[in-house]
Design a protein around this ligand. Structure first.
Ligand code: ADP
Ligand code: MG
Length: 614
């Protein structure tokens, strides 16, 4: 166990509490913070200048990897090997980002499966998880250098809207960087933790960063922090303010937008200059500078007019988030400003006006999330007893479905207590019993996960396969005790069992299961794909046989024989190991039989109607 030791002037003081650090893994900048003498601090780099590590990774000619300020400078000269904004890609599939592909200066590739995106750098492919791990490693070495000891335990923040895949990806990145990630925390929750002590009630966290805008409404009551609603724009942030300044300067230079693309170096130079101008205008009334022998000049007043539409867009999101939380601006008790872009005076003024109350801006807006993460870490370490945070379930809980597949009903990291349900059906005609096997773990096949128990829903009234509606409900209470309830909805048959999921799984075992799930992700995906294809094919074969026997009079000899041939081909492919050939056989059978099925349906409907003599 890591001990928290700090060097004081009069000697070394050691406590036995494990030191857990807080990390803000941002789209633009990342930071690490820790608690010293009960106060949170962000760690500065070796040069002692800034606490921010730009979230940029650069791959050099000779294979070195650079993270942070130096990497950010390479964006100009070597964009193809310099990765920024990787957070936008976390847990995303190629399809998810199709629309915004042009945004990235580097190469994003589709690895041909339904799976997550990869980024190509030279001849290697990196997942967003690996790239984020590189940023986290940089933060790890920063804090280790600062404290002179190995640090393992960390809390990492994510946007409140991150889904389970994105949260897991973040956790995995932490693990890959050598951290034991104790908790994934919502950024607005962290910000609220760092904000004024003892705030209660409805809190708005307005977070305008480099490339994204997030607005969240939290309800804080008796130390419980709950996110009521979130809204925002994943393509609105400081970069857009830079862009409007670039446009303004282009006019002063007598140049146009085409010059940015035809001369990329000029483009990057003017962009960096614009960012500097923007920051300066947060402090002074006028910005002046020469570029290429011409004078550039802009006043704060002009900048504010240009920035107005961007700010208005953030306020639209604020209106939406309030509507979703069913609150009015006047009901918000506290407004916390987060993100470097809230340093812009007009942003602060307009947000103050919107909520009709002074905003909290005592802390550095670009550090507040990391500071809050450190506080959260301190709570987890047991140093702050008065704050209660909702617990989460460490591993996914689910049931076994056909072919030994794990179907997660309550995903890992869900807040507890929680409840989730899903409907299933039978796969065999007249099936009377349904065995429900409950598993815990992250792997796609149940055989690799841990079985928690099983029970049988018996005496299901005989029905054709697919007709029964079996509702399986998982209820996980605050103590981590799981109750599984199964109910056949057509007959109202019900049974339930109580299962203790965490019983018997040690921290080490849990860690092993998680590592296992990362290392085997690829083979799991392949195995899952094959099993799913087989399951689908088997049910198509069943219905194909049924179709043939029920419609012998409607189909011609040739049609029946062709259908039979296609069915045989599908049967053969199912016994093989090739997912694609199963899919192809299925496709061929479907294409051929769909028009036949339509015709049969028409005939049957007509017959039925005549029978009823309408
Ligand atoms: P993220 O959460 O997206 O990682 P940050 O909260 O670190 O981002 O915000 C970065 C953005 O804040 C950048 O666009 C930067 O230009 C902007 N920023 C930082 N300081 C100032 C300032 N003094 N005035 C205006 N914008 C600033
Ligand atoms: Mg941020």
């Amino acid at each position: 166990m890591a001990t928290f030791s700090i060097n004081l002037k009069d000697g070394t003081v050691e406590t036995n509490k494990p030191l857990i650090v807080g990390i803000d893994l941002g789209t633009t900048n990342s930071l690490v913070a820790f608690i010293k003498d009960g106060q949170p601090y962000c760690v500065k780099g070796a040069d002692g200048r800034s606490t921010l590590v730009p979230s940029v990774v650069h791959f050099t000619e000779n294979g070195d990897i650079i993270v942070g300020d130096v990497a950010k400078e390479k964006l100009i000269e070597d964009p193809a090997n310099t990765i920024f904004s990787v957070k936008r890609l976390m847990g995303k599939s190629f399809k998810d980002i199709q629309k915004n592909r042009d945004f990235f200066g580097y190469q994003i590739i589709d690895d041909d499966t339904e799976s997550l995106v990869k980024i190509r750098v030279k001849d290697r492919f990196y997942s967003p998880v690996e790239l984020s791990a590189l940023i986290l490693k940089e933060l790890k070495s920063r804090i280790e250098a600062e404290l002179g000891q190995a640090i393992e335990k960390a809390v990492i923040t994510v946007p409140a809207y991150f889904n389970d895949t994105q949260r897991q990806a973040t956790r995995d990145a932490g693990k890959l960087a050598g951290f034991d990630v104790l908790r994934i925390v919502n950024e607005p929750t962290a910000a609220a933790l760092a904000a004024p002590p003892g705030i209660e009630g409805a809190v708005a966290v307005y977070d305008l960063g480099g490339g994204t805008f997030d607005i969240s409404i939290l309800q804080i009551q008796d130390g419980i922090y709950e996110v009521l609603s979130t809204n925002g724009d994943t393509f609105l942030g400081g970069d857009d303010f830079d862009r409007i300044l670039v446009e303004f300067f282009l006019v002063q230079l007598g140049q146009n937008r085409d010059d940015l693309t035809s001369n990329p170096e000029f483009g990057q130079r003017i962009r960096l200059l614009a960012e500097r101008a923007k920051k300066e205008l947060s402090k002074t009334d006028v910005f002046e500078e020469e570029l290429e022998g011409k004078k550039l000049c802009i006043t704060q007043a002009t900048f504010e007019i240009l920035a107005e539409p961007l700010i208005e867009r953030t306020l639209d999101c604020c209106r939406n988030v309030l509507r979703d939380a069913k609150l009015s601006a006047a009901q918000i008790g506290q407004v916390v400003l987060v993100g470097g872009s809230t340093r812009i005076p007009i942003v602060k003024r307009r947000v103050t006006e919107f909520f009709g109350r002074p905003v909290f801006d005592d802390l550095n807006p670009d550090e507040i999330v990391a500071l809050g993460a450190a506080i959260q870490a301190d709570i987890l370490a047991g140093n702050q007893q008065d704050i209660l945070l909702l617990d989460i379930t460490p591993l996914s809980l689910g049931i076994e479905t056909v072919g030994g597949l794990m179907d997660a009903i309550i995903p890992r990291n869900s807040k507890i207590p929680t409840k989730a349900a899903r409907q299933y059906t039978t796969s065999v005609d007249g099936q009377k019993n349904l065995k429900i096997s409950v598993f815990q773990g992250e792997r796609d096949l149940v055989e690799h996960n841990r079985k928690l128990g099983e029970f049988i829903l018996s005496n299901i009234p005989p029905m054709p396969a697919g007709l029964p509606k079996i509702d399986i409900q998982f209820i996980l209470n605050a103590d981590g005790i799981l109750i599984v309830r199964a109910r056949e909805l057509r007959s109202n048959l019900e049974t339930q069992v109580e299962i203790k999921p965490t019983y018997g799984i040690s921290e080490e075992e849990m860690a092993l299961m998680l590592i296992d799930s990362i290392q085997n992700a690829e083979s799991d995906i392949a195995a899952r794909g094959l099993l799913e294809a087989r399951n689908e094919a088997n049910s198509i074969i069943l219905s194909g046989d049924k179709f043939l026997s029920q419609n012998a009079e409607i189909l011609s000899e040739a049609e029946q024989s062709e259908t039979r041939t296609l069915l045989t081909k599908l049967r053969e492919s199912v016994t093989g190991q090739d997912k694609d050939s199963i899919l192809l056989a299925m496709e061929l059978l479907n294409a051929y039989t769909t028009p036949l099925a339509h015709r049969a349906l028409d005939v049957n409907i007509r017959a039925a109607m005549q029978g009823k003599k309408i």
